[in-house]
Design a protein around this ligand. Structure first.
Ligand SMILES: CC(C)[C@H](C(=O)O)[C@@H](O)C(=O)O
Ligand code: SF4
Length: 474
């Protein structure tokens, strides 16, 4: 019982509550509350079929097509590519066969799996949430333990609603102070990754804390936790508070009535105890963070927009110098060039990082009354059908269309391009997604990561731009 009195972190409270048994090698069998699936999950169902197994708890699962369908179609039959159509059809078939809820292409509730879980209130505080996708960390913004799993693990979860896991370490990243004008959650997470590196949180579950985090909207928190994986973290999470509860209240899958009250009581006990100890601590000054962009081929290659392309020669490590040289060659950039002088060909506003309504509002505020630069092709791809409908109800689509943006159907789209939507070799894309790896947006395509208002600013000026200048009315 003395264990009970030990101060615990948010992560430890969730872990303890889901621990079923522990193996001698230290692996723990965890109960899984939510298993999200998408149009790439078919192999897990195939493995289930081959072994004559059935999903253990279909009501704990939710599926939606996101990776494979093009964002200019509204119906499955319109998907020209047979393989991609097959992926979308397989999800519909597998879920129907087992009585799992899935939002099909015609369903306005469909979208990127990491957008719809929170949007539907299906992802909730205190839960263990998994999905065969690395950006499952997104859902941790609600105060859940959420992480990506592989296909074999997904089959295990489908069959048993449990998962073997080794206990990760904990890291707290505290962001003090207040964010300046034009600085968003995307800038915070890029600043964090630039600081600790893409392996900085390896083996850890990160809890984001501090006044700058508490001040973020739910959308901003989702953006932040989404990219935890880009810092190497197993998961990212934020203690649930009134912002979380206000966001969840009344959502379709959220508890209702007296169950809501009971849930609130449980959720309010989740935040880390004041004396809880983390294995690692990192602190940043939020007021010192500027709008960020990436210049290289890793999310850690990020700098404030008012900076310049860095010089590899200035690095003290030979490995780093070589990596920087390679990145700059791929990106077609020369050291010393002001970041704001870098021209763009494409703009992509969307993804599970920045495809929510607040992101579209921020982009529209910049696009309003302006025109996309003539040489730029700019897309807005809402994160879900409901985000799209909400944006249309607010007239945001008009602003985008009048400015010369394309207004598309929901999906992953150019974030990864598995649906065929990619940039051409050598094309440079200002993107609100989460990865700028070599070839991520198409072979030879160059990606600069940034927030939605910054991407809209790049669209209208034709080059990377400090959005604060446009906000000031310049
Ligand atoms: C296709 C999927 C498994 C992959 C992931 O795990 O993250 C994708 O969503 C990505 O963003 O690269
Ligand atoms: S939007 Fe991008 S990061 Fe998110 S799930 Fe889709 S491909 Fe992965």
């Amino acid at each position: 019982m003395s264990e009970r009195a030990e101060p615990r972190t948010l992560f430890e409270k969730i872990w303890d509550r889901h621990r079923i048994l522990e193996r001698e090698d230290g692996q723990v069998l965890l109960f899984v509350d939510r298993n999200l699936i998408h149009d790439g999950s078919a192999p897990a169902f195939e493995a289930l079929r081959q072994r004559g197994l059935k999903p253990r708890a279909p009501e704990r699962m939710l599926g939606t097509p996101d990776h494979y369908m093009p964002t200019d179609v509204r119906r499955v039959e319109e998907i020209a590519d047979a393989e991609r159509r097959g992926m979308v059809e397989a999800l519909a078939r597998d879920t129907a066969e087992h009585g799992i809820t899935a939002f099909g292409l015609e369903d306005p509730r469909r979208g990127i799996v990491h957008v719809i879980g929170p949007e539907q209130g299906f992802s909730q505080p205190g839960m263990v949430i998994v999905c065969p996708d690395s950006h499952t960390s997104t859902h941790g913004a609600l105060g859940a333990l959420a992480f990506g799993v592989g296909m074999t693990e997904t089959t295990h979860v489908l069959a048993t609603q449990t998962l073997w896991q080794r206990k990760p370490k904990t890291m707290r990243i505290t962001v003090d102070g207040r964010l300046g004008a034009g600085v968003t959650a995307k800038d915070v997470i890029l600043a964090i990754i630039a600081r600790i590196g893409t392996a900085g949180a390896t083996g850890h579950v990160v809890e984001y804390a501090g006044p700058a985090i508490r001040g973020l909207s739910m959308e901003g928190r989702l953006t932040l936790c989404n990219m935890s994986i880009e810092a190497g973290a197993r998961a990212g999470m934020i203690a649930p508070d009134d912002t979380t509860f206000a966001y969840l209240a009344g959502r379709p899958y959220a508890p209702q009535g007296h169950q809501w009250e009971a849930a609130l009581d449980r959720w309010r006990a989740l935040p880390s105890d004041p004396d809880a100890i983390f294995d690692a601590e990192v602190t940043l000054d939020g007021s010192a963070i500027a709008p960020m962009v990436t210049w290289g081929t890793s999310p850690e290659d990020a700098l404030p927009i008012d900076g310049a392309v860095p010089d590899p020669a200035a690095s003290s490590s030979a490995d780093r110098r070589e990596a920087m040289r390679r990145a700059l060659a791929y990106m077609g950039l020369t050291p010393g060039m002001p970041l704001e002088a870098v021209p763009v060909d494409r703009v992509f506003i969307g993804s599970c990082t920045n495809g929510r309504i607040e992101d579209l509002r921020a982009a529209a505020a910049v696009a309003e009354g302006r025109r996309v630069a003539p040489q730029v092709t700019a897309w807005v791809v809402p994160g879900s059908g409901l985000v799209k409908a909400q944006a249309e109800a607010e007239g945001l689509h008009r602003i985008f269309l009048d400015a010369g943006f394309e207004w598309r159907e929901a999906g992953c789209s150019m974030c990864l391009g598995t649906n065929g939507e990619i940039a051409a070799p050598g094309e440079r894309c200002a993107s609100t997604s989460n990865r700028n790896f070599v070839g991520r947006q198409g072979p030879g395509a160059r990606t600069h990561l940034m927030g939605p208002a910054m991407a809209a600013a790049a669209a209208v000026t034709g080059h990377l731009t400090d959005v604060r200048r446009l906000m000031a009315g310049g």
